[in-house]
Design a protein around this ligand. Structure first.
Ligand code: ZN
Length: 878
């Protein structure tokens, strides 16, 4: 499947492997300094495969120690072994045969954190996407499904806990010092879901009884001394299991479900069958060390990985081009879970906010690709916001188009039809066509065409006739991916809001498109929808709940936005009207050299903060100013981050002045009393109270309100909110330095909190930050090889701090490029991920653009770059 250049892999070249692996038997012997892996594959030539087909197994940095076919050593002329490939010829034409493969690896030296590695003494694995080939030679592709029996052997002292996929089936001592454990996973799975863990671990356990009465032993393992912090994760796990039974009729299917929290992990977490491995950041919480955002993150990621058991594991992907089959769908499922467990509008707003912040810039820049890509050089670089978050939006649109019942019927059909298979997006969409009795062939373009479609909306109101006419128009520019630009099926949810804030009856709409109540199906380039018999001009609440991932262009009068922000019965619509108004006002101020957004806009924000008909979490979202990163995206061309920073800071202060009385009263009313609760309601109250801190402190030009909050805080949300205001708005002040020092002293032994300490300083929009970051990179607690710590500093600067990263003198770019070069020698996957911070360099003003290009080109020109980083740099510069 590899190209002539040896690198590009294409969807159109997919074909099944010539051999099937039915079963895998593995013994993993762990020692200090190395591991020995003995694997026996039960193989068979696939019916119809060419008689002379060789068996070509994937490897990556492997050393072969033994090789035997049906118990007989394979002679030298029968195979060819390299670090990245094992080829065998002359294998049996029919029937099953057994191939025994021995490899030797060094987990301690594995800094890529792919395959089998050691994290803080704990042995663990990460095999998605292509990590299994770093453990043994294999058909390391997701359509190769096998059952696994795994035997682990290790020193009893170093590894009292020995875990693998599936159910435990045996174990015991091995002489004086060592012991073993055996596991069997009866569910055929692809190699990317393989996992083993061994080490000194603490645990919390509970029992879950499934809907049909089966008992499952749930255990969460942590490094020693941290298991008290796993209680909330356990609670989230049980709620996820119950929710999947109720909402999708999906039960768990093994006797045990294990989760292990690991401190060196490239991503968030991994859904290995029966043995999820997590970045410890998404397991460990307590009120003293974790914020409300951390609690919400744990809940989401626990749910996400659990939901993969059906969407990803029971039904997996035929090839990596189908990644969104499991990821987009599972993100959709975890978003729905959070909506049901917390607040639907607040969750939807948060998801849309993330989509616009992460996916829109990707979709509109050089790293653009369709939700289902058709080619890649390095699959690790396709675990993107487009595959995950836009992928989820596509599932959401299918649900919107079909309606709840038919959507559920389509999901049921998908599980029924494809359980135990490696499926494609075509398979998935066909289930909804069949269950819904609908043609989704035009909709399928959403998977194939990259880019964010523009949706232009305009309206004309005829006073005398009482007639409102809406015009909708879609268009799609050709972007970096060069995919098609045909009109797509866009579901547009809307409402007409009367003067008293009631939804008007819209059933009498006449149209040249298809309208289903409050849903317009825009399928052509344009559509017109007309409403007659109106007694006055209603307010148009358009694209409710963000019913499609489009770039809405609506020349909406400020008076309409002000009215909708107050009146729209759809909470999302209120947020949408207000934030569009705030965003436009800030962009205008930035472009026109004004000091700040106008008072009319700020007053609407103050009114939203005080509106007691809305839940506090939603009010917090409405009174939040867009961050500098978001403003960079909104300004879009010839960006000068100095101007963005200046306008944002003065707008923040102006907001604090306009709202002073209201905000102070609110903060008193919402003050922390009583015992800590991580509930969404309690978190919402904290969010609103803490959002008001920055405007008040900047308006007063006085950090004392933040200092007081820092000193009296009784949980991490309040403490970190105060420290953020101090470090970001009073950088370098005695108040900020004192608080930072106290924070460090207090949490010096806590890895996860130290990450916050690094990130906070790297993300401070201040002229002194770069020097500080250079010093922090030499701090004894900084470890480039730890992904969380590296991310705190590098992504803290390049991802969260446009003012410093995009410094006009180019120093931010050069520092980042230099750090990426260093990180690439340790952990290419993480380096490549963080290099995407450069993706918007072309939207900068010329001086910055030139500096970014120079830094990027210098890095791209270095020898020995990983394929991961080279791929991102090439595409970013192209
Ligand atoms: Zn996932």
């Amino acid at each position: 499947m590899r190209d002539e250049d040896g690198v590009t892999i294409r969807l159109e070249d997919y074909r099944p492997a010539d051999f099937q692996i039915h079963h895998v038997d593995m013994t993993v012997r762990l020692f200090e300094g190395h591991a020995e892996i003995d694997t026996t594959l039960e193989l068979e030539r696939r019916p119809g495969a060419p008689a002379d087909a060789e068996l070509r197994l994937d490897g990556d940095e492997l050393t072969l120690t033994t090789l035997a076919l049906d118990g007989v050593a394979v002679p030298a002329q029968g195979f060819e072994a390299a670090a990245d490939r094992l080829t065998l010829r002359g294998l049996p034409q029919s029937g099953r045969f057994r191939l025994a493969i021995g490899t030797r690896i060094e987990p301690e030296r594995n800094t890529k954190l792919m395959g089998l590695y050691r994290s803080n003494g704990v042995w663990c694995t990460q095999c998605e996407a292509e990590g299994f080939r770093r453990i043994t030679y294999f058909l390391d592709r997701p359509d190769c499904l096998a059952t696994y029996r795994v035997r682990l052997e290790a020193d009893r002292e170093a590894a009292p806990i020995l875990l693998a996929n599936g159910n435990p089936v045996g174990g015991g001592p091995l002489g004086e010092l060592r012991h073993f454990a055996e596991w069997f996973d009866p569910h055929p799975k692809p190699s990317y879901l393989f996992a083993v863990v061994a080490g000194r671990l603490d645990a919390v356990s509970e029992t879950f009884v499934t809907g049909s009465g089966r008992e499952v032993a749930l255990t969460i393992y942590t490094e020693r001394g941290l298991s008290e912090r796993a209680g909330y994760a356990m609670d989230a796990l049980k709620r996820s299991m119950r929710w999947d039974e109720r909402r999708f009729g999906r039960e768990y299917d093994l006797d045990v479900f294990n989760i292990v929290a690991i401190s060196d992990f490239n991503m968030g977490a991994m859904e290995n069958k029966g043995l999820n491995v997590f970045n410890h950041k998404y397991v460990l919480l307590d009120p003293d060390t974790a914020t409300d955002a951390d609690y919400a993150g744990v809940e989401t990621v626990i749910a996400h990985e659990y939901f993969h058991n059906w969407t990803g594991n029971r039904i997996t992907c035929r090839d990596w081009f189908q990644l969104c089959l499991k990821e987009g769908l599972t993100v959709y499922r975890d978003q729905e879970f959070s909506s049901d467990e917390r607040s639907r509008p607040v969750k939807r707003i948060a998801s849309v906010h993330t989509l616009k912040a992460n996916q829109f810039p990707e979709d509109q820049g050089p790293l653009q690709h369709p939700v289902r890509p058709t080619q890649y050089r390095e699959i690790n670089n396709f675990y993107t916001a487009t595959v995950y978050d836009k992928g989820s939006e596509l599932v959401r649109m299918i649900a919107t188009i079909l309606g709840e019942q038919k959507f559920r019927a389509g999901m049921d059909l998908y599980f029924e039809r494809h359980d135990g298979e490696a499926a494609t997006i075509e398979d998935f969409v066909t289930c909804f066509e069949d269950a819904g009795g609908i043609d989704l062939s035009q909709f399928f373009l959403w998977y194939q065409q990259a880019g964010t479609p523009k949706l232009e909306v305009s309206q004309i109101y005829d006073e005398t006739a009482g007639r409102l006419t809406l015009r909708l128009r879609q268009s799609l520019d050709k972007g970096a991916a060069g995919t098609g630009t045909r009109p797509m099926h866009i579901p547009v949810r809307y409402g007409l809001v009367g003067a008293n804030g009631q939804d008007l009856d819209v059933s009498g709409a006449s149209t040249d498109a298809r309208v289903d109540g409050d849903l317009i199906h825009l399928t052509g380039e344009e559509a017109t929808v007309t409403f007659d018999g109106l007694s006055g001009r209603p307010y148009l609440s358009i694209l409710r709940d963000f019913s499609a991932p489009v770039d809405l262009r609506y020349n909406e009068a400020e008076a309409d936005r002000l009215a909708l922000a107050r009146l729209d019965p759809n909470p999302f619509g209120r947020w949408r009207a207000l934030t569009d108004m705030v965003g436009d006002a800030l962009v205008a101020a930035i472009r026109n050299g004004q000091d700040a957004a106008p008072d009319s806009v700020l007053d609407a924000m103050v009114a939203a903060a005080a509106d007691e008909t809305l839940e506090p979490a939603l009010r917090a979202q409405m009174v939040s100013l867009p961050g500098e990163t978001e403003l960079t995206r909104l300004v879009a061309r010839d960006v000068d981050t100095d101007v963005i920073h200046a306008v944002r800071v003065s707008t923040l202060a102006a907001l604090g002045r306009r709202g002073q009385g209201t905000f102070e009263a609110l903060r008193r009313e919402l003050a922390d009393t009583g015992a800590f609760s991580p509930s969404a309601q309690a978190a919402g109250r904290r969010a609103l109270r803490n959002t008001l801190l920055a405007p008040l402190a900047t308006a007063a030009r006085d950090p004392s309100v933040a200092v007081t909050q820092y000193e009296t805080a009784r949980n991490m949300s309040d403490r970190l909110a105060a420290l953020t205001v101090l470090t970001h708005h009073f950088a370098g002040s005695a108040a900020a330095e004192t608080a930072l020092g106290a924070f460090y002293e207090r949490f010096v032994d806590d890895q996860l909190v130290l990450d916050k300490w690094f990130m906070l300083q790297a993300s401070a929009p201040d002229a002194g930050t770069l020097d500080k970051v250079v010093a922090l990179a030499a701090h004894p607690a900084f470890r480039l090889a730890n992904p969380n710590r590296a991310r705190a500093l590098l992504a803290g600067l390049a991802g969260l701090n446009p003012y410093v990263f995009h410094r006009a003198d180019g120093a931010g770019y050069r520092w980042m490029a230099d750090m990426l070069g260093k990180l690439d020698t340790l952990n290419p996957q993480t380096a490549a991920r963080m290099a995407t911070a450069f993706r918007s360099w072309r939207s900068m003003e010329p001086k910055r653009r030139e500096a970014a290009q120079a830094a990027l080109s210098e890095l791209a020109g270095r020898d020995g770059l990983s394929r991961d980083l080279a791929d991102i740099l090439d595409r970013t510069l192209r």
